[in-house]
Design a binder for this molecule. Structure first.
Ligand SMILES: [Fe+2]
Ligand SMILES: [Fe+2]
Length: 244
């Protein structure tokens, strides 16, 4: 059994220093890893990034994060990622990490992801260059995410994104903004790698549970959805599911 704690959209700022941390006491007793699904800051400033790093440093378990769109707002995303890495947090973007847990080898691939919409109602590379660029960016990040997931040498693969891979977990959000909340290409990546779990944030008004078209469990761990400091998911590791 591998125990995965996860939360996203904590949206910390300087004034919230220490508040969230007080809810993380003992997380290492309940989980083998803590996943952070992006939007860790309010406006993506360096000061907020430092507050995030201090909040999640030295928890006694591996912490693996992706950034969210808010963390990009001040164009300081690379510096924020470096500050978090210096605090011991693994920050993924189109790459992966493997952890030896008591229940097996856990592989996590991560990306912020991007919008674009869902099968049947998605944007396409047509018309103005700005639309083509929007669609191309979503395709590029999903492509790198798919490769990173596939390349994980692990008993259990988990896909970590900020944007949503499916519509299921967006229920409660206005349908008009679905194309800005996620992309079906992220679900294709998860299904292609036969992952055991997909974790995302971003959809504050959505719901926690969904499924990819291939039947992989999806969990929206945005803090306003969870209404608890973090969720813990327990999964059985299946040796090398891609080749079985
Ligand atoms: Fe958010
Ligand atoms: Fe977001």
């Amino acid at each position: 059994m591998i125990r995965i704690a996860a939360v996203g959209d904590v949206h910390l700022d300087e004034e919230m220093r220490g508040h969230y941390r007080s809810h993380l006491d003992g997380v290492a007793e309940h989980a083998d890893v803590l996943l952070l699904a992006g939007d860790l800051t309010k406006h993506g400033t360096l000061e907020e990034g430092k507050a995030v790093a201090d909040e999640f440093r030295g928890l006694g378990l591996p912490v693996v994060a992706v950034l969210g769109n808010h963390d990009y707002h001040c164009d300081a995303q690379d510096a924020i990622a470096e500050i978090m890495r210096a605090a011991g947090v693994t920050v993924l973007e189109g790459d992966g990490v493997t952890l030896d847990c008591p229940g097996g080898r856990l592989g996590i691939a991560g990306t912020k992801g991007f919008g674009g919409g869902f099968a049947g109602k998605c944007a396409s590379e047509f018309g103005e260059p700005e639309i083509k660029e929007f669609v191309r960016h979503g395709r590029d990040v999903a492509g790198r995410f798919a490769a990173a997931l596939r390349d994980l040498d692990a008993d259990l693969r988990v896909g970590l994104t900020h944007y949503a891979p499916v519509k299921d977990t967006l229920t409660g959000e206005p349908p008009e903004i679905y194309p800005f909340l996620g992309s079906y290409l992220l679900a294709e990546a998860v299904d292609g790698a036969k992952a055991g779990l997909a974790v995302h944030g971003h959809a504050h008004a959505g719901v926690e549970c969904g499924l990819t078209p291939g039947g992989v469990r999806v969990r929206n761990v945005a803090l306003p959805v969870l209404r608890r400091p973090y969720a813990v998911y327990r999964l059985e590791a299946v040796p090398d599911p891609v080749t079985v």
